[in-house]
Design a protein around this ligand. Sequence first.
Ligand code: HEM
Length: 363
Amino acid sequence: MPDLKKIGAAIYGWVNERLDLEPMLEHARAKTVPVHKHTFWYYWGGISLCLFLVQVVTGILLMIYYRPGPDSYASVREITYEIHFGWLIRSLHAWAANLMVAAVFIHMFSVFFMKAYQKPREFGWWTGLALLGVCMVFGFSGYLLPMDELSFFATKVGLSIPGVMPGAEPVIAALVRAGPEVNDFTVQRFFALHVVVLPLLFIPLLAFHLFLVQKHGNAVPPSERLKPEAQRKSIPFFPNFALKDLAVWLIVVNVLALLAAFFPWQLGPQADLLKPAPIGIHPEWYFMNQFELLKVIGRFVPGVAGEVAGIGLFTAGMVLWALIPLYDTETAGGRRARRATYFGLFVLLSMLALTVYGYFDLK
Ligand code: HEM
């Protein structure tokens, strides 16, 4: 039996002599991760990253057979029913997309309640929000690509919402939809967005986000900050926390594989552009809260005024959310800190309530 440890050490020695890896590893070893009762939440950024990597690999495999444009439905049907393991790759991609959005939301709220947006981590918060925005557009653009009935009508409804803002409809028609209706050219554009434009935005943003984490280390939550320095515990990031991260990734990949294999992603009937929308058309779950907010406001303020008010309210909420590091600063304490926490709780609970209510409110 060959001594794997010896072989590994020899390979490492050979590479290290040429690339001088030691300073880099020293840097990784110098970073520590705080250990306390909320450490569990530090895994969620890494889980989001793991799922993004799954998206890259499965997305490239799907691209081998997917044909955007008039053939998009036929090509997804082939991937699902004819190409060996095509159904599995498609199912992994669709499930991982949903799990990734969920992981990013959990990561965002845990960062929020740990007040990890405070100095010096403001740029971590803002790059994170930009990543979340890109993630949502990834989801929205990917959803249309199979061009089945559900994806077609959900996209149609989704694009009509910002279209009510004054002056927005002609811009959406010309730039996004390529015409007055969602059609094959829209699919072509969404595909370019999905596989070229969004990755070009996402990857540098992610690199900067991760650089900031490496630079500042993990924030400790307010309850831990009160403890004297001597009582705080931490472990080295490399190799200790990195190994724990990998163990969590293994669990994530297993959960994903089980979901993809036992609940394969379905393909509905082909979209018929001339048919009226079927009953109960709704967006993906992560857009449901915005969708329901507009619906509820529309009951009190009917017509375009209600939709504009709803979009305005939502935008104002997002601006406040983005500006939270400037309000609840590390020196503000007291009343501001409490208000920020209540604001976070209000946002979290209203998003959950609107999402659940949205599913009961489908007609
Ligand atoms: C695809 C999206 C994202 C990826 C892959 C990602 C990845 C990561 C990773 C690996 C970490 C270090 C581990 C951890 O603390 O969890 C981290 C930390 C952080 N992330 Fe993200 N993140 C994403 C989105 C977001 C979002 C949406 C926000 C907030 C709006 C955000 C804000 C932060 C902040 C402030 C930290 C530092 C946390 C601390 O110091 O403890 N990230 N992110």
